[in-house]
Design a protein around this ligand. Sequence first.
Ligand code: NDP
Ligand code: PYC
Length: 334
Amino acid sequence: MTDTVTLSLAALQRLLEEILLRHGCSADVAACIAHNYAIAEQDGAKSHGVFRLPAIVSTLKSGWLDGKAVPSVDDVSPGLVRVDARNGFTQPALAAGRALLLEKAKTCGIAAIAIRNSHHFGALWPDVEPFARDGLIALSVVNSMATVVPHGGTKPVYGTNPIAFATPREADDPLVFDQASSALANGDVQIAAREGHALPAGAGLDRYGNPTTDPQAVLDGGALLPFGGHKGSSIALMVEILCAGLTGGQFSFEVDWSEHEGALTPKTGQTIIVLDPERGASAPFRSRVEQLLTKLRAAGQERLPGDRRYANRRRAQLNGISLTRDEHEMLLAL
Ligand code: NDP
Ligand code: PYC
């Protein structure tokens, strides 16, 4: 017996959808979230692929997150859309406000969407890449739950607070980067603990505030450090302000699921800013981006952000998505 199982994207998505429907999501939410985790798995974004399903199921069972929430969209001003996710996942809230956001960005040249009361438990690139495919530049931030100490501190205040950026370029695939503002994403700490790997030095603290490379010590009451010292710490600060201060959502340190045993998703906020590059002065924009990327390659940068994911995507489109037998059995059990 082989130790992997290969599925098409459609088959994986159907399986995830069945799990989400079985555990109380509406058909729309199940389709949206199943797509999100299936494409993450397809692209080899392992820290936010099928590995997340047990935590999502346990959160749905806990009553902390409403899998049937119907977001409400407010047309606040010519440049701003506000969405209340009503305690549901963030991705359906973005889907609900997306058409209005696009219309505003095309009309004004710039627009933003501010989402609150929302649970983002996935990778951020699926939220921004489609805007770049529609010809827009997109920048998004999301806050999570307090697992990261501010620079110089010993107590967690920030989430792992990622920031993602996508821009059209001359090549078909947009340029996209998506990175936590912590030295590591929490998902990678969980994977390291499961697989028995040490963390790189400078990524984590134990519960007493001492540096550690033991992933379990970070998970058992310890914390992560921001990437790049005070610089990553300031980015995490900005993310909190844009995702909670601006949207009306919770700061990462305010997330309190103590009344909901099994809850694991952050109930916070997300902001996305989109810009129409055709309104800039740099025409033709796409060739200017390409000029810069060519220079990076000539300077010795062989790998651009997104290259690994797109290569995985192409492989999966040809050969299917490989899951370990354990991963597949875990999904069947759910
Ligand atoms: P990584 O450090 O793995 O990657 C960050 C970015 O850098 C990616 O765009 C990646 O491209 C690129 N990259 C990686 N290595 C290189 C290299 N050698 N040269 C050039 N580019 C490179 O990401 P993180 O661990 O920080 O985050 C992982 C995921 O976790 C993200 O998707 C993030 O959104 C998610 N996350 C979600 C949270 C939430 O609250 N929902 C919280 C924190 C993280 P590529 O993808 O092609 O490898
Ligand atoms: O991997 O840090 C993480 C994370 C937090 C919330 C969702 N993913």
